[in-house]
Design a protein around this ligand. Structure first.
Ligand code: AMP
Length: 376
């Protein structure tokens, strides 16, 4: 099969030839005709299989035949947004189709100027896109085709709420294309929220699902630290991420671990971008072994070979829990997640001589001053 046998427009074929694409890949052969026909699609396909041109050729053919249509492509990272928009620009080179990329981490003003000139295909990261909708520099009700690229990674990075908020602003009469390296329950549940019955296309071998062993440990607030030390010693060969509920606790816990001889550091939202990158580099190089993190800071983290997750403070909801736990479990190797289920201490435990809050009486460190509320 060649692209010229696929009933594509001449302008598309010329562009594809210029790009050096002569024959469609598997995913392209299956997905392009489905998109042209107007169907919703869920495609299981990894990066490197030609998925960008699969949805790219499909939506550009549709936009070329109906100039009132507009497409939105959501992707998890700035890098992917740029890569996708470059490829779409090349495929659309012979049409008056404007492709605009918007992504976080960079000034919003040049993006606003680009949007003012008009857009047919908008490629965006979810957070920055919502910034634009709030400033009214993007009106999502104009878009009737949505592509969710690397949807599993977007969910993995905690973008579920943002994706839901974006989809709520897209007209109901829409075409949705979801691409993902893995198709599991979370993906199918997103698919059922966002689209009518999809065509399902599966390309290549299924990835081995992550193997994560979960364990729950009961502990009172006062017991947690000594139990954590035992766990970390038992897993001394694993890189670990320990989650706390607030930035202040993350700081305090990282300090206590350091005082106890652990190679630990912290990652939270009060740190500068440079400081965070520095900590991640050290964690990556194994110069630190334990990262004490808050949820916001751990968002989007893609760290290989984390063997252990500890929920020192329990997650506020099940989505956050799943996101935390998903930081472990390397492909093919088993990961472990331990969650402290906090229980009230009994009166006897509270007044025992060896209670950590009374250690200062025996010359130990002063207990931290209690505050009423802590910022996240
Ligand atoms: P993707 O999966 O979209 O990231 O694409 C992976 C790589 O395959 C990219 O470098 C594309 O330029 C290339 N590619 C995609 N489709 C084709 C094709 N039909 N023929 C040759 N190369 C392709």
């Amino acid at each position: 099969m060649k692209f010229k046998d696929m009933n594509l427009r001449e302008q598309t074929l010329v562009a594809l030839t210029k790009m050096g694409y002569e024959s469609p890949t598997d995913v392209q052969e299956k997905v392009i005709p489905l998109i042209i026909k107007g169907g919703n699609v869920v495609a299981r396909s990894k990066t490197g299989t030609g998925k960008t041109a699969a949805f790219g050729v499909g939506i550009i053919e549709r936009l070329a035949s109906n100039t009132t249509e507009k497409a939105l492509v959501l992707a998890p990272t700035r890098e992917l947004v740029l890569q996708v928009s470059d490829e779409l620009k090349k495929i659309a080179a012979n049409y008056p189709i404007k492709v605009v990329a918007v992504y976080g981490g960079y000034s919003i003003n040049p993006q606003i100027s680009a949007l003012r000139k008009g857009v047919n295909i908008l490629v965006a990261t979810p957070g920055r896109l919502l910034d634009h909708t709030e400033r009214r520099t993007v009106n999502l009700s104009q878009f009737n085709i949505v592509v969710l690229d690397e949807a599993d990674r977007m969910l993995d990075m905690g973008f579920k709420d943002e994706m839901d908020r974006v989809m709520a602003q897209i007209p109901a009469n829409r075409t949705v294309l979801l691409l993902s390296a893995t198709v599991d329950e979370a993906i199918m549940s997103a698919a059922s929220r966002y689209m009518g019955k999809p065509e399902i296309v599966e390309i290549g071998e299924k990835e081995t699902p992550k193997m994560i062993k979960e364990e729950f440990i009961e502990a009172t607030k006062a017991e947690k630290f000594s139990k954590l030390k035992i766990i970390l010693k038992q897993h001394k060969n694993d890189k670990a991420i320990v989650f706390t509920s607030t930035k202040m606790f993350a700081n305090r816990l990282a300090d206590r671990l350091l005082q106890n001889g652990f190679k630990a550091d912290r990652l939270h939202g009060d740190m500068s971008q440079a400081a965070r990158e520095n900590v991640l580099k050290k964690f990556h190089k194994d110069l630190i072994h334990i990262l004490v993190a808050t949820d916001v800071a751990a968002r989007g983290l893609h760290i290989e070979d984390v063997g252990l997750i500890v929920n020192y403070d329990q997650a506020k909801d099940s989505d956050t829990h799943l996101h935390r736990v998903g930081r472990t479990g390397r492909m093919g190797a088993e990961g472990k997640a331990i969650t402290f289920a906090e229980r009230q201490e009994t009166k006897e435990e509270r007044f025992r001589d060896d209670h950590p809050d009374f250690a200062w009486m025996k010359g130990g460190p002063q207990p931290p001053k209690r505050r009423r509320s802590h910022r996240k």
